[in-house]
Design a protein around this ligand. Structure first.
Ligand code: CMP
Length: 136
């Protein structure tokens, strides 16, 4: 049975800064994702704080929000069968050191903070994160 889902993907400042946008998009397309919408934006720290609110009690929250708002990012709605899990598999482990060969974070991630991409962790959060960036 097909289970077509949407998920939110962010190409983070470290990857945009290194001009990896097209290479990363190519990795999504090769895996059969459709990019339904995309935009390049530079968000305020206050918006990053709202986006990452689930992490507000974590010790890395402040640095994480400063980082996400430190430069341009590309936000995308991806669609595919089981997109949420497929995207997490393609991204690889949060810490690039632990990411498997063939994943985006293994190939391009620099550190646990500068790990090049974000992806929603559940279909429920995917909808919340999509609405956050694409309200219309
Ligand atoms: P992301 O998938 O965007 O979700 C939250 C981010 O917090 C995560 O990727 C990491 O880049 C960042 N982060 C920094 N430190 C940690 C940590 N110790 N554990 C998990 N995530 C961390």
């Amino acid at each position: 049975m097909n289970n077509i889902q949407k998920t939110l993907s962010i190409i983070k400042p470290d990857a945009v800064e290194r001009n990896l946008e097209n290479e990363i998009k190519e990795m999504f397309l090769k895996k059969g994702f459709h990019i339904l919408r995309e935009k390049k934006i530079h968000i305020e720290k206050s918006e990053a704080e709202k986006f990452y609110k689930v992490h507000e009690t974590k010790p890395f929250y402040n640095d994480l929000c400063s980082y996400l708002s430190s430069g341009p990012i590309v936000v995308m709605i991806l669609q595919k069968d089981n997109a949420v899990l497929a995207n997490r598999n393609l991204m690889g482990a949060t810490n690039p050191k632990d990411a498997l060969d063939g994943t985006i974070r293994k190939k391009y991630g620099i550190s646990i903070d500068k790990n090049s991409v974000h992806g929603s962790d559940s279909p429920e959060n995917a909808q919340i994160e999509i609405d956050f960036f694409f309200k219309d």
